[in-house]
Write a protein that binds this ligand. Structure first.
Ligand code: SF4
Ligand code: SF4
Ligand code: SF4
Length: 166
């Protein structure tokens, strides 16, 4: 269930946050902007927002096309502000993947299972329709971003991860 606003609608995070992030409103309040998560991330997956980011300036986020998360949970361990909280890897929900069937090479051109073969939750988060066509099962997708990172569709990826709706 998402964070409900005055009209009953839910909100979507503006960005993909590191694993274990509390709800966006609580996250913006709790994050100390210390940058420790970004420093410890062994993949360099965490970026720090600046510029026109309003209340989010100084907060961490992930851009899967540039680098994905391996769910090592080191960022969660160093976050002493309560912005990132311990979560089991399979229950992590940083975002959710989506495959654009108009762009997916498996459907439009040739055999491709790159996202399927790379997903850490193969046959759960990404399954194959007719043993050929990858599709996402949101129930199991952690939002780690690996599928988007490795998708070979170009110049626009067929597989993309969006921040979760709360
Ligand atoms: S879980 Fe590990 S790989 Fe993922 S963002 Fe945190 S430190 Fe980086
Ligand atoms: S890697 Fe991209 S193009 Fe290949 S099957 Fe997956 S979504 Fe389709
Ligand atoms: S579908 Fe993509 S974002 Fe979801 S768990 Fe698999 S690789 Fe990660």
């Amino acid at each position: 269930m998402g964070t409900l606003l005055a009209g009953g609608s839910s909100i979507t995070r503006a960005r993909i946050r590191p694993p274990g992030a509390v709800s966006e409103i609580s996250f913006l309040a709790a994050c100390a902007r210390c940058g420790k998560c970004a420093e410890i991330c062994p993949r360099g997956a965490i970026k720090i927002a600046h510029g026109d980011d309003g209340l989010g300036i100084g907060t961490p986020y992930i851009v899967p096309q540039e680098q994905y998360c391996v769910l090592c949970m080191k960022c969660v361990e160093v976050c002493s502000a309560g912005a990132l909280r311990a979560v089991e890897k399979p229950k992590t929900r940083m975002g959710v993947a989506h495959i654009d069937t108009d762009r997916c090479i498996a459907r439009t051109d040739d055999d491709c299972r790159v996202c399927y073969n790379n997903c850490p939750y193969m046959d759960k988060a990404i399954k194959l329709e007719n043993r050929k066509y990858p599709y996402i099962d949101p129930e199991f997708c952690t939002g780690c971003g690996k599928c988007e990172h490795v998708c070979i569709a170009s110049p626009v990826k067929a597989c993309t991860v969006s921040p979760i709706e709360e």
